[in-house]
Design a binder for this molecule. Structure first.
Ligand SMILES: Nc1ncnc2c1ncn2[C@@H]1O[C@H](COP(=O)(O)OP(=O)(O)O)[C@@H](O)[C@H]1O
Ligand SMILES: [Mg+2]
Length: 474
């Protein structure tokens, strides 16, 4: 069942139940109130009758009383009879003139005489008519002077009440129907406000499923749906980044595989074409080029393997105390030919007194290879690369190392992701040589060694990587 149908059905049933219960309660209370009102009106009539009867009886004016009785009977169709008997049960006045002067005595009248206060009783007459009979004794200076009696037809009273209740019932029904219609409209609006964002999210998910990763959902309702939409947008943003990363990865992998392989192939072909004589001429230098390209390939594979190890948490560091200076000098040695070719100076400023660092020597060597090769790669000729290290007592249990160049620098947005794998800063006129794995591996090694790494850079103003490495066992 669809969400909208389910929601509408549940709320609709609840609303109908609520309306029915309310209507029944209203109806019952109305009926009770109406019955009580009728009783109260009857009591007032009976009391008035007793007062008027007393006055007339004292004045011995039964004509006035007879007229009064006629008037009230005419005005109220529920009155069956009304009369007044004196202390001897003789009829003083009656709505039926034929009873005048007769003796009227019954048990109910006797009871009223005894109790000396208003009493009433339901009874069924000989003709089957149900009558509610009121008797009000007229008491003067402590003795009963007569009884005022008035009888109301229960059938007519009930008929009147039913007629009124019919009217009230109709009104309640109209109110219930109107309320139900309003509730229906509200259900429609509310279910819409729930279903609409869900549909939007569904459409968004479908689009993303189809590969439209820049799908964004615009929901500003300020509720949980808006929060969900925001999370959804974050997710699509992440997916897009992952997709870009995948593309970067594929392009750098193909580039890094194809170019050294291509070079090797070209030189092999050249050698084969040139024969023994040709090989004697340039073969040796060609072999060096081939060796370098093979080394580049194997470095790339190593980087990929290292990345896989880091990602699965299997990269372990075999930490020992060692001197930093020889390691750095060793690495710099590797880059001297390339630096000379570019006319870039590589300077090492590490004091011999620097405390031994506690880390994995091979891995730290790898860190310097990556940082110095980057510095050289991104520094144009006549530039300078400087590797320095200091130990400050105030710095605690770490030495601080800096690898600084005077190269092209990194734009601010690039600084956010250069340590991510497969990420390279793409700028105009810059070829995408490399894999974007170097700094990812560097940071992972430094983190695993218990040190830290930061980068400061300004476009055109050079780049400085600042590292710390521990000098104590952890
Ligand atoms: N010294 C530097 N000067 C300028 N840019 C740098 C420097 N070092 C790193 N970068 C930027 O960071 C990116 C990532 O570096 P790295 O992870 O070593 O990848 P790769 O060297 O394979 O491109 C580089 O592509 C480059 O854009
Ligand atoms: Mg690099």
């Amino acid at each position: 069942m669809k969400l909208r149908t389910k929601f509408s059905l549940i709320v609709g049933i609840l609303v109908v139940l609520l309306l029915v219960v309310t209507a029944v309660i209203l109806f019952v209370f109305e009926k009770r109130g109406l019955t009580e009102d009728v009783r109260a009106g009857q009591t007032v009539l009976a009391k008035n009758l007793s007062r008027v009867s007393r006055d007339c009886f004292l004045r011995k004016d039964n004509m006035f009383l007879i007229n009064y009785l006629k008037t009230i009977k005419r005005n109220d169709d529920t009155i069956v009879y009304a009369f007044f008997t004196d202390g001897n049960n003789r009829v003083f006045a009656h709505t039926n003139p034929s009873f005048l002067g007769e003796m009227l005595k019954d048990a109910f009248g006797e009871k009223a005489l005894r109790t000396q206060k208003l009493i009433y009783e339901k009874r069924t007459g000989s003709d089957g008519e149900k009558v509610l009979d009121y008797a009000v004794p007229v008491v003067l200076t402590g003795s009963v002077r007569g009884i005022a009696r008035i009888g109301f037809s229960e059938d007519i009273v009930n008929k009147n009440i039913s007629a009124s209740m019919n009217k009230i019932g109709r009104r309640i029904l109209i109110a219930a129907v109107v309320s139900f219609l309003v509730a229906l409209a509200a259900i429609f609006l509310v279910s819409n406000s729930i279903v609409k964002p869900i549909r939007l999210l569904m459409c968004g998910a479908e689009l993303i499923g189809k590969g439209k990763l820049d799908t964004k959902i615009n929901l500003k309702s300020g509720d949980e749906f808006a929060a969900l939409a925001e999370k959804f947008n974050d997710m699509s943003e992440k997916l897009k980044e992952l997709d870009e990363m995948k593309r970067d990865f594929t392009s750098s992998v193909t580039h890094e595989l194809r170019s050294p392989l291509g070079a090797i192939e070209t030189y092999i072909n050249k050698m084969l074409d040139g024969g023994i004589d040709g090989f004697k001429e340039t073969g040796f230098s060609d072999l060096f080029i081939m060796k370098n390209n093979a080394a580049r390939l194997s470095r790339f594979i190593d980087d990929l393997l290292d990345t896989a190890k880091i990602e699965s948490g299997r990269m372990d560091v075999d930490a020992k105390f060692f001197k930093l200076l020889p390691v750095v000098n060793d690495v710099v040695e590797l880059f001297v030919p390339a630096a000379k070719e570019k006319n870039v100076v590589i300077a090492v400023k590490i004091p011999k007194t620097l405390p031994d660092v506690y880390a994995d020597k091979e891995r730290i060597r790898q860190v310097f290879i990556n940082l110095i090769s980057n510095a050289l790669k991104f520094t144009p000729s006549e530039g300078r690369v400087e590797i320095s290290a200091t130990y400050l007592l105030s710095g605690g249990d770490f030495v601080e190392i800096s690898v600084k160049d005077t190269g092209m620098g990194i734009p601010p947005e690039g600084l956010k992701y250069i340590f991510d794998k497969f990420r390279q800063v793409k700028g105009e006129g810059k070829s995408v040589k490399g894999t974007g794995l170097g700094l990812f591996i560097v940071k992972s090694i430094i983190d695993l060694s218990g040190g830290s790494i930061e980068v400061k850079s300004a476009v055109g103003g050079g780049t400085q990587f600042s590292l710390t490495l521990p000098i104590k066992k952890r």
